[in-house]
Structures are given as C-alpha cells and as structure tokens.
Write a protein that binds this ligand. Structure first.
Ligand code: SF4
Length: 492
C-alpha cells in the first residue's frame, strides 16, 4: 500500500472511529491475537449482530486480543491489500487467528482477494503451522459449511455464543492445534474427515441477549442501538433460511429488555432485530414499554396481519415515517405454495390504515421467478400492486422491490431449480412494462439476475469451490490487484 493510500485509509478510519460509542472496554493485547473480518462494508458489519456478538465474546475472553477488519470501509473505496486492522492498523497477516463472519454466501467471493493479498494458500492442506488458524462462522456458514470445508481449518455452522468460548479456551489451554477442537459441540474441523456436527442452537437469549456494544452513527439503522428480540421464526415459508437455521425459536422477555434498557440510559433510538418481529409473543407489551420510555423504534419488515391500531399509533408516535411489508407474491396459488397466505381485502385495509395514520412511505417486497411461476402469477402480483396504489394517497408513496428466488440449503425448496438468466431477464422485463403501465411514478427495483444466480451457485456449492478460489487467488497475485469483482456484491 502506497503512503498516500495508507494515509487516506487512516484518515477514514479516524473519521469512522469518531462515529462510534463503545459500551465495553477495548483492549488489543493478549496471549492470543484474533483478527475478526467482516468481508463487506463497515456500515453492514456494524449493523450485524452476529459479527458484533463474536466481537463481544472475544473482547471478554481472558487473554484474547481482538481487532476488527473491513476490507471495504466505504462502497466507493474498497481497499487495496494488504489490509490493516481498524483498531491499531496492524496488518492482517500478523494475527495468530483469523476469523471470518459470513452473513451472505456472496461474501464467500471475497476469499481469493483477501487470501492472495496475504500470500496465504486458499487450500487448507497447502498451509502450515506458521500460517494463522482460519475460522469461519455466520449465517452463510450455517447454510453451506461444506463449500468452505477445504479452505478453513475450523467451521462453526451454529450459534457463536455456545461454540466460541469453548474454542478459545481449548486454543488457550492446548495450543494452536485445530485438531484439538474436533470434539467440541457445534465445531467442524474438516481435516479430521468427520462429518459436520449438529450446529449449536440452544443459546438462551434471555441470559445473554445479542446487542450492539459498539454503536456507530454510520450503521444501517441510522446510529440506533440494536438488540435481538427474537431468534428464529415460528412460520414455515418454503424458501426461508432464517426459519431453517435458527431453531428452536427464542424470544427476549420484556422484563429482560427493560433491564437492558436500564443499563443503557442513553438509548433513545433502538433497532429491534428479529426475522419476523411481529410474531414475538409479547410485541404489544414491548411496544408499550418503548413508547412509555420515549424510545424511537427502528424495525425491519412488519407483519401486516399483526399491525393492530395501537402498534401503528406507537410506531408513528416514535417518529417512524415509512414502513415495509413483504407480501412476496399476489398469486394465491404461489402464496399457498410458499406457505405465506395473504387475505387481499384485509391486506388492502391495512394499507389504508397505514396511510390514514400519517405514514409517508411504504415499501413492498416481492419475490419473482419462484418455482412453477408463470405469467398469470406475475399478472396477479401486478394486480395486487394496482390495488395497493388505489389504497395509497399516490403511487409516489410506494416503492416496490423484487428479489429473485434463490434455493437455499436446509429449506423446503432447497432442491427446486432457480430460473435461468434468460427467464429472469424475461420476467423482469415483463413486470417492468406492466408496472410502468400502472404508473410511471411508481419506484420499482429488481435484484440482479447475475447476483441471484451466483448466490444460487454458492448456496449449493460443495468443497470444490476451493479450487475455483485457488485459481482466482493466483490470478489476483499475478495482477497484484484486489480483483475487481471481489466487491461486486457490495451493492445491497
Ligand atoms: S420469510 Fe419471514 S415469516 Fe417466513 S419463515 Fe422467513 S422470517 Fe419467518
């Protein structure tokens, strides 16, 4: 890295550090040094409770020093290697353990660029004891650990709270030998030849809730604190990974939330994290409590069928101006197939109530190219959007986002074929034309077919993925540049 580049990196780090509030002391000295890599943007890493939880566990593990790494601090400025830590500017290759947190399979594609920058072989068998121990975890590893099994020394396909303390203790007590971890629950050491163990998923979120111990005003929640209200989802949508990998469903008790809020008196803005927040059994009680404490609520998608007038009023009073609903499809045939029914009249009534309450923006998520979907299903979706427009003050109050079906492992539809690129393009073209006919004012976005297909490939890929990455790492080294396509998935 040239001096000029390093200087601009350091000044950006200083700027971002100034946006952070820390709720635990940071220390960067210890017997074991861990680099914790979020292979994507700083803003996404600092909004990810999985990444933050791993950081918090390592920070509170005696004898462990942990530093954060983000290969891209900002979307416009992906870093050129070598990579420096966020805390002290120490090079990534200096650490004894490098831990990756993969939230999305697309982030697997960052591996060749990062490894080649370190001069570290992609294939685990080509590395020796002088190389750092490489550990990977996160939702994408829970989804498809096999794809990384020739690359990483240790894979943690389950929840970090149960597996990580035991991993660190064993590495402290027995030395830096991945093999010593093979018998730990929730840990897979592929070199032993054993099959992956069942993921650990019994963490009691009421004893130790997941929350943001570092709050950055640059996080994706506008600088709000974050707390996990529910892990897992009681519903059963055929395509959904969240339901499949977080079992059993656990919810944070309102009393525990109250206790946490008492410990964080400066929290006036709170992001409530849950795959399906409105299915929390005590959501009304929680909203009432946040309302009494005058805490602004930030949440992701809401369940239209659970949007009682009181909840709507509290959301509005807390300063929320826009809401997000996920009807997925307008076709009743496909609603039944994905196990996500939608009662049209009640849905439209909900839209009317939302705007009557003074909300200004409504975002609707749909998915297209579902298995067996045809033009009549797409027409049904267009028809639902048409009716939604009439229930809204104007088309300009709505925005529509279409994702493309990606079959994920462990879901009911893991073996269903994704559409081809041509079919995806055709569906997008058709929907665009039909929606444009409804109103040119309507804002509509579509996921990229190329990225959806890459994601489909990565979520089904097996250990042979390592060979592709090894070849790509060689090319990166030859070009001496961080391959341009490494950051193609940053844009979400
Ligand atoms: S799509 Fe939403 S409601 Fe359905 S299982 Fe997943 S998280 Fe739950």
């Amino acid at each position: 890295m040239g001096l000029k580049h390093r200087h601009s990196y350091e000044s950006l780090v200083q700027t971002l550090k100034a946006t952070e509030r820390h709720y635990l002391p940071t220390h960067t000295a210890g017997t074991l040094s861990v680099a914790l890599v979020y292979p994507n943007l700083y803003s996404l890493g600092m909004s990810n409770l999985g990444y933050l939880t791993v950081h918090r566990i390592l920070l509170t593990t005696p004898g462990t020093a942990v530093e954060r790494f983000f290969p891209a601090l900002e979307a416009e400025r992906p870093l050129q290697p070598p990579f420096y830590s966020f805390e002290t500017g120490r090079p990534l290759g200096d650490f004894q353990i490098i831990m990756f947190s993969f939230s999305y399979e697309g982030d697997f594609d960052k591996i060749p660029g990062i490894f080649s920058a370190l001069g570290m072989p992609v294939m685990a068998k080509a590395r020796n004891r002088y190389h750092p121990i490489l550990i990977a975890g996160g939702a994408a590893v829970a989804s498809n650990a096999e794809a990384l099994s020739l690359i990483f020394d240790i894979l943690v396909p389950g929840e970090a709270e149960t597996a990580l303390p035991a991993i660190m203790k064993t590495l402290h007590d027995e030395g830096m030998e991945a093999g010593a971890l093979a018998e730990l629950p929730g840990v897979w050491v592929p070199a032993t030849g054993k099959q992956p163990s069942a993921p650990c998923a019994m963490h009691n979120i009421n004893i130790q809730p997941a929350y943001s111990h570092i709050v950055s005003s640059e996080n994706a929640f506008g600088g709000a604190h974050l707390i996990e209200l529910m892990r897992g989802c009681p519903r059963n949508c055929s395509f959904c990974l969240a339901r499949a990998i977080y079992q059993p469903v656990r919810s944070l008790h309102p009393d525990r939330l109250a206790e946490w809020l008492d410990q964080h008196p400066d929290c006036h803005d709170l992001g409530l994290v849950a795959p399906s927040l409105f299915d929390h059994p005590q959501i009304v009680e929680i909203f009432r409590m946040l309302d009494r404490r005058q805490i602004r609520i930030r949440n992701s998608s809401i369940k239209w069928e659970k949007l009682e007038p009181e909840l709507l009023l509290i959301l509005r009073r807390s300063g929320v101006t826009g809401l997000t609903l996920a009807p997925e499809t307008g076709s009743s045939r496909l609603q039944a197939a994905i196990k996500k029914p939608l009662h049209e009249e009640r849905f439209l009534d909900c839209i009317r109530r939302i705007f009557a309450e003074g909300f200004e923006q409504l975002k609707l998520y749909f998915v297209t190219c579902l298995p067996d979907e045809d033009e009549s299903d797409q027409d049904a979706t267009v028809d639902l959007i048409k009716k939604t427009i009439t229930a809204a003050p104007s088309p300009g109050h709505l925005s529509i986002a279409f994702s493309l079906f990606v079959p994920k492992r462990h879901t009911d539809w893991q073996n269903r074929k994704p559409a081809t690129q041509q079919q995806m393009k055709k569906s997008i073209r058709y929907l665009k034309e039909e929606l444009n006919r409804l109103s040119p004012q309507l804002r509509v976005n579509f996921a990229s077919p190329q990225e959806a297909l890459r994601q489909s490939f990565l979520s089904q890929a097996g250990p042979e993925l390592a060979l592709e990455y090894a070849r790509e790492a060689e090319q990166c080294q030859e070009n001496r540049l961080f391959s341009k396509n490494q950051f193609s998935a940053l844009d979400f």
